[in-house]
Ligand binder design. Structure first.
Ligand code: GLV
Ligand code: MN
Ligand code: MN
Length: 415
């Protein structure tokens, strides 16, 4: 495949982007509305504006670059997220946002030059707010509010561990308005796979046809503070013991559904987290995921049976504070077919895949027909500073996204 004329420019922009919140080991730390995320958003704003896109922030801080070619028509929404987990990889989300911008620049130039037929729809590049959910829970916050799955008020009230709310974090940087965002006609997102299947099969483009289901729970284990030396063992109500049992139970459940159910505890907050003190309170985030909803329901039931047993065994109480769940849901098959045609036309290898991780497109596909694409991740590493995708795969991904967005903008899925 020939390298597109804007490949060098894309790679240079990607390198610039990766410097915002750069960590020592080649990764990034850009949690939502942090100084590094804000700096990067402002850089991205300037990039979009330098190409004549109209940049606006909506009511939940999604950053939009609007390219209105057909006055008054709805928009093909294309983008991903630029926030990251702490000490994360530089590709997760960021690749998809920059790919969306470059697809828009390219199409804009081709429409202006008349080398592509005029579109039916406008184009909106989006950088969704807080996809990761590491600083503010739940994840996929910007797209959840945009699609009406989460109320705006509820989202704005969420606070981080320091007590800073989403509302004030967004307002600090001027990232919020009363606007609800553009009217969407279709949506497309490209992302690194975060798994090994494309690399294993030596395939360049994954056509996502469905997502795994997820049940994410925030549990608070309540015990009683005591002296680690002097309190009698039989008197103890050790919240950390209960939480640790939950961590182990999560793995045991995954082990009993090998390859079918994935589980983990990703965060523990121990109070008072002090030497010589039996902890009185531990909150933790536990998630269970599967492509098989029957297995997930069984795993879920097993978890709750074990929670009751842990309460008795560790002499604690376990409160379920929040739940964020989504089912297995197909992406529209006509979008997958459109993408298969686009890949074939570009001479790129492709295959259907599922997404194990959540994405903003998993929200968007419930609102409008949505295409989700993957490019390979070396060794499947993700949420890790060593996350890596080869430049040639990034460039193929930009080509692919450009072609898909061109087809969506031309109304190929209308009717
Ligand atoms: C994304 O939010 C995920 O949990 O996969
Ligand atoms: Mn992501
Ligand atoms: Mn991520």
């Amino acid at each position: 495949m020939s390298i597109a004329p804007n490949a060098e420019e894309f790679l240079a922009d990607f390198q610039t982007m990766s410097q915002f919140g750069a960590t020592g080991n080649g990764g990034v730390d850009r949690q939502a509305a942090s100084p590094a995320d804000a700096e990067q958003r402002l850089w991205f704003r300037k990039l979009l504006e330098s190409r004549g896109l109209d940049v606006r922030y909506d009511q939940i801080g999604n950053e939009w670059g609007l390219l209105e070619v057909v006055p008054g028509a709805p928009y093909v929404v294309v983008g991903s997220h630029m926030d990251s987990q702490p000490t994360a990889g530089k590709y997760d989300g960021a690749f998809g946002v920059l790919a969306a911008a470059h697809a828009a620049f390219r199409l804009q130039a081709e429409w202006e030059a008349g080398t592509r037929p005029d579109p039916t729809y406008n184009l909106a590049v989006v950088n969704w707010f807080n996809e990761e959910g590491s600083r503010f829970k739940p994840s996929m916050m910007g797209s959840s509010v945009f699609t009406g799955k989460l109320s705006l008020d509820e989202a704005l009230k969420v606070s981080d561990v320091k007590g800073i709310s989403v509302r004030s974090a967004l307002d600090e940087h001027g990232f919020r308005s009363d606007w609800q965002g553009p009217k969407a006609a279709y949506c497309a997102e490209i992302h690194v796979e975060q798994g090994r299947s494309l690399e294993r099969d030596d395939v360049t483009i994954g056509l996502v046809h469905s997502n795994w289901a997820a049940n994410k729970y925030e549990f608070v284990v309540h015990g009683e503070q005591a002296h680690t030396g002097s309190a009698l063992i039989e008197d103890r109500r050790d919240a950390l013991l209960g939480a640790s049992m939950l961590v182990v139970v999560a793995r045991e459940i995954a082990n009993s559904f090998p390859g079918v159910v994935h589980t983990s505890v990703g965060q523990l907050d121990v109070y008072p987290n002090s030497p010589v003190v039996v902890p009185s309170r531990v909150s933790l985030l536990l998630d269970l995921r599967s492509a098989d909803e029957t297995a997930l329901a069984e795993a879920d039931a097993r978890l709750y049976r074990r929670v009751a047993e842990i309460e008795a065994e560790a002499n604690v109480t376990v409160e379920r504070k929040t739940a964020h769940t989504w089912p297995v849901m197909p992406y529209q098959p006509e979008g997958v077919q459109l993408s298969a045609k686009a890949a074939a036309g570009l001479g790129l290898s492709y295959k259907p895949v599922m997404t194990l991780a959540g994405h903003d497109s998993t929200n968007m596909k419930d609102l409008v027909k949505t295409v989700m694409l993957f490019v390979p991740s070396v060794e499947g590493l993700s949420h890790n500073e060593a996350e890596y995708t080869k430049d040639e795969d990034l460039i193929s991904g930009v080509e692919m996204l450009t072609e898909v967005v061109a087809r969506l903008s031309n109304g190929e899925l209308d009717g």
